[in-house]
Design a protein around this ligand. Structure first.
Ligand code: XUL
Length: 519
């Protein structure tokens, strides 16, 4: 047996996946839901409420509390963590944690106190802006202007200056709280923060997640001096040099050995962003297979032959943990928008699935929705904006099947439109995330993209990516071989595009593209 642990600190939960790479079995799959299991942090969906809808911050101590809670839950199952031969993991991307005392300078974690009590005094800032924050338009402008505009930003970093990315968030913090910024000695991402807690030492940011900061130079894989200077004074001293994703970064701290039974010296490998980790967990580290992840946010991503960039500036280029690069396009109106429509029509999810498969048809008889229930990043829509075009019943949300179809078709068409810059037409798309369970949604993706849609048996692709990265780093087994142990052809449920659906979207697509181009 060869057990490897992958952790995933996402927006709403922290999860652990242990895989046995010898048998291709998942040995343990557990998570801590922040809202339900740690209600004392007042974060029902993982972040703190705020009067300003653009401001989205989380309490980093919530993530720390979840670590103790997760390992307590694992111990309660009787699973012996001493069997784990390596650990890696992932975090929601872009969120930044601010420390007055770097974790490497803190006393070793003591078993007589909780992790929260020990980490609290190390933080210089009580909250961490997360990827849902869109309050930094001014800073984006300032940073882009300082380096010669949007296209220079894209060439340098693979992305425009983006509201949710870390550099603009750091600049805003420096502008609003210069004295606290000054006292901050280390700034890190959620992924590297969780890895640092696990090792009891400061773990650097990896290339996969680091590329989502508006600070990393794609060409060199180092922080850009120009961007550090454009972002905030002295920033270079607060960031450790970025590292390749497969770097061995330390061992599980003695605290976890004593308290939860890890073997002494269990190796830890760099953590990365949840999307780069999913690229591995979805078996898509080589170009040709795209991934659609349907979660709080929807993302479309794929490994890239060469680092192409999006001339419109919506798409991003991140590091591929297996080497090279990956493309990523992120949509804020993912499950939030699907859920909003489901509530409006008063359907259960099984009823939505039935409606998509049997009570509505590709192209939706011309009924169209612009589903921006929350501010959108792709395309940029600052004020939530839902628009309907179609029959009277549809306009009143009384044609439930058409309304259910409209949100999913708009999302799929927008994904397709906004991923054209990648220049590849995938013949296979792997889907993951909660909504991927819905066969109706998978069928719409197949019809819109005219591609085979495959779903996988392991739901937590980011956690699986973490476990497989640890396994690859320890064993040196090639990615494809390792991955093949987890997907039997029978386990990959496939949906083919409908026979006559290619033309069904022509008119809807051109109307939607027209509307999207107005933003
Ligand atoms: C990607 C992004 C989101 C978060 C969600 O750029 O912002 O997908 O990583 O966890």
């Amino acid at each position: 047996m060869a057990f490897f642990l992958g952790l995933d600190s996402s927006t709403q939960s922290l999860s652990a996946l242990v895989v046995d790479t010898a048998s291709g079995q998942v040995a343990l799959d557990l998570s801590v839901n922040f809202g339900q299991e740690l209600p004392e942090y007042d974060s029902p969906t993982g972040f703190l409420s705020s009067a300003d809808p653009k401001l989205k911050h989380a309490n980093p101590l919530l993530w720390v509390a979840a670590i103790d809670r997760l390992f307590e839950k694992i111990s309660a199952t009787g699973f012996d963590l001493a069997q784990v031969r390596g650990v890696s993991g992932a975090g929601q991307q872009h969120g930044t944690v601010y420390l007055g005392t770097p974790i490497s300078e803190a006393a070793p974690w003591s078993g007589s106190q909780s992790l929260v009590e020990q980490v609290r005094p190390l933080l210089s800032r009580a909250t961490a802006p997360i990827w849902m924050d869109s309050s930094t338009s001014r800073e984006c402008r300032e940073i882009a202007d300082a380096v010669g505009g949007d296209s220079s930003m894209v060439t340098l970093t693979g992305s425009r200056a983006i509201e949710r990315f870390s550099g603009p968030q750091i600049r805003k913090f420096w502008r609003e709280e210069p004295a606290v910024y000054e006292k901050t000695r280390e700034i890190t991402l959620v992924s590297a923060f969780i890895a640092s807690i696990l090792c009891g030492a400061s773990v650097p940011i990896d290339h996969g997640d680091g590329a989502g900061m508006n600070l990393l130079e794609l060409r060199t894989g180092a922080w850009s001096e120009q961007l550090l200077a454009a972002t905030a004074p002295g920033l270079g001293q607060k960031l450790r040099a970025p590292i390749p994703s497969q770097t061995h970064v330390g061992e599980v701290a003695q605290y976890f050995v004593d308290k939860y039974g890890f073997g002494a010296g269990t190796p830890v490998f760099a953590f990365t962003g949840d999307n780069p980790s999913s690229l591995v967990g979805m078996g898509a580290t080589e170009p040709g297979t795209a991934v659609i992840s349907l979660g709080t946010s929807d993302t479309v991503f794929a490994a890239m032959r060469e680092p192409r960039t999006d001339p419109k500036g919506y798409g991003h280029v991140f590091g591929n943990p297996a080497g090279g690069f990956m493309s990523l396009i992120c949509f804020a109106n993912g499950s939030l928008a699907r859920e909003a429509v489901r509530e409006k029509i008063g359907f259960s999810w099984p009823a939505v699935e039935h409606a998509l498969l049997t009570q509505s048809e590709p192209g939706n008889r011309g009924n169209l929705m612009l589903p921006f229930f929350v501010p959108e990043m792709t395309p940029k829509v600052s004020e939530p904006h839902v628009e309907l075009e179609g029959g009277a019943e549809f306009l009143a949300y009384r044609d439930a099947p058409a309304n259910a179809r409209a949100v999913v078709e708009a999302q799929a068409l927008s994904m397709q439109e906004h991923s054209r810059w990648i220049g590849e037409r995938p013949s296979i798309i792997r889907v993951t995330g909660g909504a991927a369970k819905n066969r109706g949604i998978r069928q719409i993706l197949a019809d819109v993209f005219q591609a085979e849609i495959r779903s996988l048996t392991v739901a937590n692709s980011s956690g699986l990516g973490g476990a497989l990265r640890a396994a690859q780093a320890v064993s040196g087994v090639p990615w494809a071989e390792l991955y093949a142990r987890f997907v039997s052809p029978a386990g990959a449920e496939s949906v083919q595009p409908g026979a006559s659906t290619a033309s069904a979207y022509e008119s809807l697509r051109s109307r939607l593209v027209d509307k999207l181009s107005q933003f």
